[in-house]
Design a protein around this ligand. Structure first.
Ligand SMILES: Cc1cc2nc3c(=O)[nH]c(=O)nc-3n(C[C@H](O)[C@H](O)[C@H](O)COP(=O)(O)OP(=O)(O)OC[C@H]3O[C@@H](n4cnc5c(N)ncnc54)[C@H](O)[C@@H]3O)c2cc1C
Length: 306
């Protein structure tokens, strides 16, 4: 096989792309994964919770070796007004006890990097730091990609390039996103220290908490606030549907500022140091936004697939 011909080229080194790379490389396929970030995870964002059931099928007991932050053992749901909160909580050692039903808090910059290493160990080749600009099509079949002027060929191209999937749009497999199909997420990671987190949230050891809030956080619109405890930091964020943002006087960053200052949230963040700020789109519509998933020589997966 020549250097620029592969069984599969995967565009995007997020959770979907890395998972595809692991499975294909283990099956003995020549795999190239191209990621535009400096490394896999560099450009990726999540609120903070990873449900383990799917990855468990690819890497059984992955949490024992992966850089997870904490195991979710405590849930909290809050219905918030601007200055009040009705809270429902659940705490049990049985939560996340079985790997296939467990969930974990994660930071993508660490987690995706690790997952990409698993793909490399399985035999996949990864090229970070370049953008795939174009999909190559011959006689109606996708035959490869063009990145920074270089053409690379494969029997199959997998588009794992995230919620926008400009490449699936380029092929006409996906329409431009409508404002009601996606939410905007803004998130801050605040360093607090492991002991402070355990004390404030009532956690022991590597127990983690997932806290979702609706109502005032997204100014009464669809969406809400999130807070996840990491090892020595917390992820705190807002998700608000794009079509609803126009109904609010607040921008999403302003909603996040207000959420962090809420009397039910602020005491947990007191004295913390912001170490990361990120923003990203989240697919929200569900079935209605699933694009054409397969064509001759190409497959769409992950957020790109809705
Ligand atoms: C605020 C927020 C909160 C969320 N909370 C949660 C949660 O708690 N739990 C959960 O399960 N999910 C959550 N999600 C959703 C979750 O983050 C996504 O479902 C997940 O990231 C999708 O993974 P992916 O691999 O499909 O896409 P992505 O992670 O977006 O990866 C796509 C990759 O493709 C690369 N790429 C794109 N275009 C190109 C190109 N042309 N060339 C090369 N590389 C390219 C990008 O750099 C990126 O690395 C949240 C999302 C947001 C924004």
């Amino acid at each position: 096989m020549s250097d620029d011909r592969f069984d599969a080229i995967i565009v995007g080194g997020g959770l979907a792309g890395c998972s595809a790379a692991i499975v294909l490389a283990r099956a003995g396929k020549e795999v190239l994964m191209i990621e535009r970030g400096d490394y896999c995870g560099a450009k990726n964002m999540t609120g903070g919770r990873l449900y383990g059931h799917s990855l468990e099928k690819i890497i059984p007991n992955f949490a024992e070796i992966a850089p997870i932050e904490r195991v979710v053992k405590k849930e909290k749901i809050s219905l918030m007004t601007e200055d009040g909160s009705l809270d429902i909580g659940y705490h049990s050692a049985k939560l996340s006890a079985a790997p296939e039903s467990a969930s974990y808090t994660v930071l993508r910059a660490k987690f995706d990097r690790w997952l990409a290493e698993q793909a490399e160990e399985a035999g996949a080749e990864i090229i970070p730091g370049i953008v795939v600009d174009k999909i190559l099509v011959e006689d109606g079949k996708v035959v490869g990609v063009e990145a920074t002027g270089e053409e690379m060929y494969a029997d199959c191209v997998i588009l794992a390039d995230g919620v926008n999937s400009l490449l699936a749009q380029q092929l006409g497999m996906k329409k431009e996103l409508e404002p009601n199909q996606v939410a905007v997420g803004a998130k801050m990671v605040i360093k607090l220290g492991e002991d402070v987190i355990n004390q404030r949230f009532g956690l022991n050891g590597n127990e983690g908490m997932a806290w979702l809030s609706a109502g005032a956080p997204s100014d009464g619109n669809f969406g809400g606030g999130l807070l996840y405890t990491n090892k020595d930091s917390v992820s705190v964020g807002i998700v608000a549907t794009l079509s609803d943002i126009g109904h609010s006087d607040l921008s999403v960053p302003q909603m996040l500022d207000r959420f962090m200052a809420h009397p039910s949230i602020a005491p947990y963040l007191e004295g913390g140091t912001p170490i990361e700020y990120s923003g990203h789109l989240v697919p929200e519509e569900g079935y209605g936004m699933i694009p054409e998933l397969v064509r001759d020589g190409v497959l769409v997966t992950g957020d790109a697939a809705g």
